[in-house]
Design a protein. Sequence first.
Length: 281
Amino acid sequence: MATRTWTGTAGDNDWSNTANWDEGSVPVSLDDVYIVSGSESIDGYDASAVTLDSLVVGSQYTGTIGSSGAKLQISSTDVSYSGKGVTYLEGDYVTFTVLDTTTGSTALNISADGADDITTLRILGGSGTINLAATCDLTTIEQIGADGVTLSIADSVDLTGATLTMDSGIVEMGQAVPTIVVFGGELKSTIDSGTITSIDQYGGKIRWSPTASCTITTLTVYAGKFDSSNSTAPTFTITNTTLHDGELDERSGLENAVYTNAISTGSAEIKYDAGREISIN
């Protein structure tokens, strides 16, 4: 294992050029790679056979890494990201931690092919959009203290068995996450199939706008707003609904929310279309 530091001295943006590395060697598996300063960009490159021990993209680095058409393909056990340039990465990552990003709709773009896994994606800061477009298994998503971030999860991501915990920012969810805990921020769901095993909402806002039939097995709202008024699905099902406080707004005009069991409520406010009949305990 060795340390490799990107300098971009050669000026050709080539990952595979030894002259662009401070130590004069291109990274190999188990190396620790630091891209921490300067503005020399890195072109897309296929280093998919390499699995780093760690990859650090620091806050003083302002260059771009890869592009939408040619990503930097490299895996790493750990990634710590706070770069200020647009980045496109593809690979297998055990823990991917985002501390900061540049602004814009393509600030950080994480992809993977079907053979790759992202075990934990932890977002702790940033100022732009993080696009997760990975046909891979993703186990844990945490968005904590990241008010300026929008996380966009593409429909292609395999979230079987995954958990999402958030207290800030925006999460745009195009695929069903089985276990969701919301303390704050805004969760926007436009899923078109699947089952959510449980949603526990302690604050913030959930915009539940499925476009086709789907199911929430257990919805528990302690505070905040669960809003399905923009849903266009013919029907969606909530098997067990408990509202301790907060608000449920299902005024879509379609009467498309199906509650298998009566809604159990404390002091929560429930808003529904005129003429709609629902069962409340």
